[in-house]
Design a binder for this molecule. Structure first.
Ligand code: UD1
Ligand code: CA
Length: 457
């Protein structure tokens, strides 16, 4: 049994964000900072997760209600030690408690796992920085044993020269942590209850203090401003781009791709500049994604080409399709293999079978389209009568002439042909030519109206 508790500190005001929204709800790579931390926490399979929140009323617990976490409010905020104290009544004494920060989103599971392996006692996550300004310093004796953490504002000039700093993330035996927190005092430069003071208490009691360092410095970067958020977003995207490149994906420019979720790629995938991937996206082998396309919660099968400026949302695209440029696939679109969806074509909640084409300027909504159908330019399925949505069913081998309106509910039989410019309100039988347009006439003697000259009547 894993007797691990995780306390996530998220009560800080985030003054420098200049926002009404609590700091930890600002998004990085498409999800709130706190959600990154919670996802990492959940992966450690703890028995209890406790989020300490403060600003923004119930916004934080509400936004995170899908997580198996408890939320405790810290009001007022009297320091990191005081914050952890608020969580203690919810935690059982056996096992260990890990403290994470809600505004340090990129902490990695492997680093936290390493802390769990570091041994009994107190485990601190530390890092050596060229510029340690602002951080608590790790004070060690000549043997290299940790003695204490000294906050910058309380540090002597020599202590300020120390480059090993406290990241804030730590792991402590829960019973001891409770005992130490109860003894904290706020007679320091900031008048706060410092969580970091527990280190000297552990040392005094002869309890081992271990340190672990993260594999990457970005794991411990905290967010206090929009500038830091933007910088960490770029770091996160660079890491993702490197992962894709290492996996064999061709990126036209690794600095111009944004992945806000999980992107899974097969072999020989090529992605041009400016593409955004959101949620869960799977690209098969030999998929090409054209510039400035946005793909969200979708799967694209082998060999499909997506031309620039296409938008694909909650859709399934089959193999060897051609999509775009400027195509829009809305939720519930299911394209079989070899389908062509061209420029300014919108498809919604529709299934289109193999080899069918809608190459220009069309709307296909709530439709079932057979195989080898040609949908002419400007075809519209009129799926909405002002109150309800209705389905359009088109059989196999159908030819729909350009600028046709199919007023749903309506069915076009297999092999039917619809004449261009028709408004089809009744089912069209299979095999035949159906059209609904008045006969073309040329009006004899007709003249264009002339422009009136002013003053004349
Ligand atoms: C803290 C550490 C410092 C470390 C630094 C790393 C202490 C006393 N100092 O400093 O050693 O180098 O983090 O960034 O712990 N928070 C609350 N309630 C509070 C105060 C803070 O929830 O009353 C939360 C904040 O939202 C934030 C985290 O705790 O997520 C750290 O708070 P912050 O004020 O940034 O800590 P520092 O004083 O910078
Ligand atoms: Ca800080």
């Amino acid at each position: 049994m894993n007797l691990l508790n995780i306390v996530i500190l998220a009560a800080g005001k985030g003054t420098r964000m200049y926002s009404e929204k609590p700091k930890v709800l600002h998004a990085l790579a498409g999800k709130p900072l706190l959600q990154h931390v919670l996802d990492c926490a959940v992966a450690l399979r703890p028995q209890q997760i406790c989020v300490v929140y403060g600003h923004g009323g119930e916004a934080v617990p509400q936004a995170m209600q899908q997580y198996p976490a408890k939320f405790v409010i810290q009001e007022p905020q009297l320091g990191t030690g005081h914050a952890v104290q608020q969580a203690m009544p919810l935690l059982a004494d056996d096992g260990q408690t890990m403290v994470l920060y809600g505004d340090v989103p990129l902490i990695q599971h492997s680093t936290l796992h390493q802390m769990q392996q570091a041994g009994d006692g107190l485990v601190l996550l530390t890092v050596n920085l060229d510029n340690p300004a602002g951080y608590g310093r790790i004070v060690r004796n000549h043997q290299g044993d940790v003695l204490a953490i000294v906050e910058e504002k309380d540090a002597s000039p020599e202590q300020r020269g120390i480059r090993e700093v406290n990241t804030g993330i730590l792991l402590a035996p829960t019973g001891k942590l409770r005992e130490w927190l109860a003894k904290l005092q706020n007679n320091n430069a900031q008048g706060e209850y410092y969580l970091t003071d527990i280190v000297a208490m552990a040392v005094q009691q002869g309890i081992a203090v271990h340190t672990v360092q993260p594999a990457h410095e970005w794991e411990i970067h905290g967010i206090n401003s929009k500038a830091q958020l933007a910088a960490l977003e770029r770091t996160r995207q660079q890491v993702e781009a490197s992962r894709l490149l290492a996996h064999g994906v061709t990126l036209a420019d690794p600095a111009r791709i944004d992945v806000r979720g999980r992107l899974n790629c097969g072999r020989d995938v090529e992605i041009d500049v400016g593409c955004i991937f959101e949620g869960d996206v799977a690209l098969g082998n030999n998929v090409h994604v054209g510039a400035y396309s946005i793909i969200r919660n979708a799967s694209i099968a082998d060999g499909t080409h997506i031309a620039p400026y296409s938008l694909i949302d909650s859709s399934e695209v089959g193999a060897n399709c051609h999509i775009g440029p400027y195509a829009r696939l809305r939720p519930g679109t299911r394209l079989h293999a070899d389908v062509h969806i061209g420029n300014f074509v919108e498809v919604k909640n529709s299934e289109i079978a193999q080899g069918s084409k809608a190459n220009h300027l069309s709307y296909i909504g709530d439709s079932t389209v057979g195989s080898c159908v040609n949908i002419g330019a400007g075809t519209i399925t009129c799926n909405y009568d002002g109150a309800n949505k209705h389905r359009t069913v088109i059989g196999d081998d159908v030819f729909i002439g350009s600028a046709t309106q199919l007023v749903a509910p309506v069915t076009v039989g297999n092999g039917a042909t619809i004449g261009a410019g028709s408004t089809i309100t009744k089912d069209a039988p299979q095999g035949g030519l159906t059209l609904s347009r008045s006969k073309q006439v040329t009006v004899a003697g007709w003249k264009r109206p002339a422009k009136q000259v002013k003053g004349e009547k």
